[in-house]
Design a protein around this ligand. Structure first.
Ligand code: HEC
Length: 162
């Protein structure tokens, strides 16, 4: 039996590593998602939720990490801050898209380290999308306009009432 033991230990360790890797990957995925944003801090005092073909105000949420910055207007936002804007679809009267931004230290220092994503509602109610890299054309689009809010760290926050 003796000579077999190291093999058993190696097998047990590889199984453990496989399980741990799966758990860590799962957590990374969960952290990437903005599902649950509805329980975050809403930044516009009154709910908008106005479906319209025209440009209308949207409900905007911030996660716990960024809430203090956004509500007290103290910048820059800390790493891990996430802001989510609800876009309501005229036909379905439900939230169809979630343009989102999150602060990732070192991601894009020239543009205040914001990473952008556009999550789109799926038939099962979940949101699908991904945080794009700086080489993605969407990044340049989002970032160049949000640079107009440089004095509030690229977040417009013009709807917070303070
Ligand atoms: C042409 C300008 C423009 C572009 C392009 C743009 N935004 Fe915005 N964004 C705004 C403005 C203005 C607001 C303030 C709220 C509003 O008017 O809807 C805003 C608000 C937001 C907010 C809420 C936080 C804040 O800044 O107040 C998020 C999140 C957001 N945008 C994500 C995105 C993403 C993701 C993209 C790219 C897919 C994008 N935006 C592209 C102008 C823009």
């Amino acid at each position: 039996m003796r000579p077999k033991r190291p093999i058993l230990v190696v097998l047990a360790l590889s199984a453990l590593i496989a399980v741990l890797t799966a758990v860590v990957a799962q957590q990374a995925l969960a952290d990437d998602s903005v599902e649950g944003y509805f329980s975050w801090t809403r930044l516009n005092p009154q709910r908008n939720f106005i479906p319209s073909a025209h440009a209308t105000p949207k409900d905007i949420y911030v996660n716990d990490v960024g809430a203090e910055s956004a509500t007290s207007r103290s910048f820059p936002f800390p790493e891990g801050s996430v802001l989510v804007k609800e876009v309501v679809d005229e036909a379905s009267l439900s939230v169809a898209m979630l343009p989102s931004m999150r602060k990732v230290a070192g991601f894009d220092p020239d543009n205040n380290d914001w990473q952008y994503a556009m999550f789109v509602r799926q038939d099962d109610g979940s949101f699908a999308g991904e945080w794009v890299g700086t080489d993605h054309e969407m990044h340049a689009m989002c970032s160049s306009c949000h640079a107009g809010a440089a004095e509030s760290d690229y977040a417009f926050l013009n709807y917070t009432g303070n």
